[in-house]
Design a protein around this ligand. Structure first.
Ligand SMILES: [Zn+2]
Length: 265
């Protein structure tokens, strides 16, 4: 799950996520902390005030803090210097609050281009989320254009959830939902609906609940596994435990371990 803008409704939403032991990534605009603001969307006027910088570390302690730029510009419409400034200044400000390297990002307004993606190289940004919903469960081809499954208000969400939780699934599937917690203040029963969703997906033994950067690090570590030519011995040079299917069984390759298995003739 990935939520943008760091508005005051995140307080209630984080409490809900924690109650259901879910994890999310929160994409924050460091230049907006403490701002009192309202947003007019069609006929609806909604509170778009931002959380205070002083509460960032504690509020998101069980989640990931990620970049959403300092002032939320459309990155496809600003000069290169501004792209770098918006990203790196946000990274620096968030790291000062979080106390760890902030490596994730979501494009403000979902706007990106090849040029913006290229500008991110060398900034230390590992991945950046778009708003291009693919309504499927595959891992991203490019982490700097990480397309999600769906928005939390997508009419297909109940069907997608059912498909994801199907006990017949054998493949690795990533269910990636994004949104804005202020939207839960905009529509009737939206808080009740998101809570029902959280309850539905919560505490499934076959599901790994992870932040975006945890998924990124896991995929990178899985891709770094080294196999023998026969394919019966694997070495895991990373510090993470990696799960894979070998000879029809699920095995765990612990960080730093070498594992061998036999194949029935
Ligand atoms: Zn945003």
């Amino acid at each position: 799950m990935s939520y943008d803008d760091g508005t005051v409704q995140d307080r209630r939403f984080v409490e809900m996520l924690n109650k259901y032991q879910l994890k999310a990534t929160f994409n924050l605009n460091s230049g907006a902390f403490g701002n009192q603001d309202r947003l007019q969307i069609g006929d609806i006027n909604v509170d778009h005030s931002h959380i205070e910088s002083a509460e960032v570390k504690t509020l998101f302690s069980r989640h990931e803090i990620a970049i959403h730029t300092v002032t939320h510009p459309d990155l496809t419409k600003v000069p290169d210097e501004a792209i770098l400034h918006e990203v790196l200044e946000d990274k620096k400000a968030l790291e000062a609050l979080a106390g760890y390297p902030v490596r994730g990002m979501a494009y403000p307004g979902g706007s990106f281009s090849n040029h913006v993606v290229e500008a991110l190289s060398g900034t230390g940004v590992a991945y950046s989320r778009t708003v291009v919903n693919h309504r499927a469960f595959h891992l991203p081809e490019q982490f700097l254009t990480w397309h999600p499954t769906c928005h939390d208000n997508d009419p297909d969400r109940p069907a997608l959830t059912k498909k994801f939780l199907d006990p017949e699934n054998r493949e690795v599937m990533l269910y990636y939902v994004w949104g804005h917690s202020f939207e839960f203040d905009m529509y009737d029963n939206a808080w009740e609906k998101i809570e029902a969703f959280c309850a539905e997906i919560s505490r499934k033994p076959e599901v790994w609940y992870a932040t975006n950067i945890e998924i990124y690090d896991y995929v990178k570590a899985a891709n770094e596994l080294r196999y023998t030519e026969l394919g019966t011995v694997v070495y895991n040079p990373s510090a993470l435990d990696i799960y894979l299917e070998a000879a029809g069984e699920m095995i765990v390759v612990k960080g730093g371990a070498t594992v061998e298995w036999t194949v029935e003739a």
